[in-house]
Design a protein around this ligand. Sequence first.
Ligand SMILES: NC(=O)c1ccc[n+]([C@@H]2O[C@H](COP(=O)([O-])OP(=O)(O)OC[C@H]3O[C@@H](n4cnc5c(N)ncnc54)[C@H](O)[C@@H]3O)[C@@H](O)[C@H]2O)c1
Length: 248
Amino acid sequence: MVLLEGKVAVITGAGSGIGAAIARLFAVEGAKVLLGDLAEGGAALAAGLAADGHAAGFQHVDVTDEASVAELMQAAVTLFGRLDILVANAGIPERKSPIHELDLVDWRRVIDVDLTGVAICNKFAAGIMRATGGGAIVNMASILAHVGQENSNAYSAAKAAVVNLTRSVALTYALQGIRANCVSPGYVDTPLLAKLPEATRQAMLVRQPIGRLARPGEIAEVVAFLASDKASIITGACVNADGGYTAI
Ligand SMILES: NC(=O)c1ccc[n+]([C@@H]2O[C@H](COP(=O)([O-])OP(=O)(O)OC[C@H]3O[C@@H](n4cnc5c(N)ncnc54)[C@H](O)[C@@H]3O)[C@@H](O)[C@H]2O)c1
């Protein structure tokens, strides 16, 4: 018996990095996966998973657009008959700056994707799950939800808000069978970080007590556990998957 046998999962931002690792692991663990992403990269991944015998599909989505997200969640029901799991993972980085130089266009863009996008995904997933007896939501936060970082503005604000939004969602649906939790990764070796200069990567390693970056698959394991029935008593929680970063 695998961890997510027969579950239907929507994963946003599934075309790259952590989201792609979640999609792969969920498929291996027996879930039927619908990959949602703004970029088309998720289509090739879904096709590869399907070719390997997994139940997988791809749907283009912009998480900041209500109609687009509603279509994504409905597509899961149309394709696979139900919706058991949402992983609201899509997110973008910010342009770091001291607050006195804050670029409001960048602020609004990051809040829109990293916070409002998560809320919209929760809205349409919860709407379906409450009508069908429950489900599990896992929202992607960050260590920057819990600790400050110089020159981080919208990203830190959005991720901290995601943690508390998750608590409220958990309480709202606690008696309707919907669990909502979030995961706060530390630095993860995704394509995003791979593009950074070596000096920046080294500076990140200094802040990682375990002396290395996380692998996307390690974050996916935490998400899979929270999404599974093994985590049936956990709701409203945030798991820091950060190699000890926030323990300092
Ligand atoms: N990489 C890290 O070190 C790290 C650390 C903490 C938290 N996170 C969080 O994990 C999540 C995934 O990060 P990643 O490193 O895998 O990033 P990534 O850039 O590799 O992947 C993010 C995906 O989200 C998609 N996306 C962006 N905007 C979207 C939108 N409006 N609608 C739909 N899809 C959209 C992108 O196309 C991309 O495929 C993000 O929420 C990020 O903030 C990452």
